[in-house]
Write a protein that binds this ligand. Structure first.
Ligand SMILES: Nc1ncnc2c1ncn2[C@@H]1O[C@H](COP(=O)(O)OP(=O)(O)OP(=O)(O)O)[C@@H](O)[C@H]1O
Ligand SMILES: [Mg+2]
Length: 259
């Protein structure tokens, strides 16, 4: 589905991503883990067209998409969420969802705002879809709440909901579980699983919550210092000395059990 082929990217003297290659297989929920600063988000930014790589290629279903802008990728079925949620805080939850199709179609913010009145009046289809998404995520009761008033976890669910407003097939999630409480985390995991099983979404998920990764992801890719250092299922990776070393700075036991 997504083929990451020898991607490198430096910022000044810092090699944020170094010669990374792996494939996100169609239908998989592929994990991407690694300590802070490993280069995970940078790799997502490259896949999603936010920044170009210095070298290497990204292919989506065999087609070279290296450096394509976000809206072009959207049309090809590739979308992403951000490590820090990007909601419009003064708009309601439902309006946030309804804005997605217009914005992703490549319209700039001003243009989509100008179109906004029209969207509300005419686009019952979009409204219906937004309500379906809210029901699917079991946050229908929040539809008229201002997005800015949501908890961190609810914002993460809203972010996932935004990907569902598209006909996305490949979805990149950057730390969907960050700041999400246990109850909501279960809901989020269930939503990701259902989207994968019932709607055929392929996911690549960056996450620090290893229990969430273990529940959702197979295989899991491990990055450290810009490099891909290991891959496999989570149970095997937990025992991998290099992975433990990357998380702890030592091969010794301890917190690595959680890694
Ligand atoms: N735009 C940028 N300019 C300069 N350096 C950057 C930029 N973006 C990222 N970096 C650096 O690249 C390295 C990798 O950062 P990145 O955000 O990809 O890590 P990460 O694995 O997502 O970490 P975290 O788990 O903390 O989110 C870090 O040292 C970071 O400071
Ligand atoms: Mg990151």
């Amino acid at each position: 589905m997504i083929e990451i082929d020898r991607i490198s990217r430096a910022f000044g003297g810092l090699q944020a991503v170094r010669d990374v290659s792996f494939t996100v297989a169609p239908g998989s929920i592929t994990g991407l883990i690694g300590p802070n600063g490993a280069g995970k988000t940078t790799l997502f930014n490259i896949i999603a067209g936010a920044i170009p790589p210095d070298s290497g290629h990204i292919r989506l279903q065999g087609e070279d998409i290296t450096g394509l802008p976000t809206h072009k990728l959207f049309h090809k079925g590739l979308v992403r969420t951000f490590q820090i949620p990007h909601e419009f805080s003064r708009m309601t939850v439902r309006e946030n969802l309804m804005l997605v199709p217009a914005r992703q179609a490549g319209e700039n913010l001003l243009k989509s705002w100008l179109r906004w009145g029209k969207v509300i009046e005419q686009d019952h289809e979009i409204l219906k879809r937004a309500d379906e998404v809210l029901d699917f995520l079991e946050i229908g009761h929040l539809r008229d709440e201002l997005a800015g008033n949501l908890s961190g976890g609810q914002k993460k669910l809203l972010d996932l909901g935004r990907t569902m407003m598209t006909d996305a097939k490949a979805v990149l999630l950057d730390e969907p579980g960050a700041g999400v409480n246990r109850t909501l985390l279960g809901k989020l995991a269930e939503a990701i699983e259902r989207l994968n099983k019932e709607r055929g979404y392929t996911f690549c998920v960056i996450e620090h919550d290893m229990d969430l990764i273990a529940r959702l992801c197979d295989p899991v890719m491990v990055m450290a210092n810009g490099e891909l250092i290991a891959s496999g299922d989570m149970a095997t990776l937990r025992e991998n000395p290099e992975v433990r070393e990357a998380y702890l700075g030592t091969g010794a036991s301890g917190k690595a059990g959680a890694a």
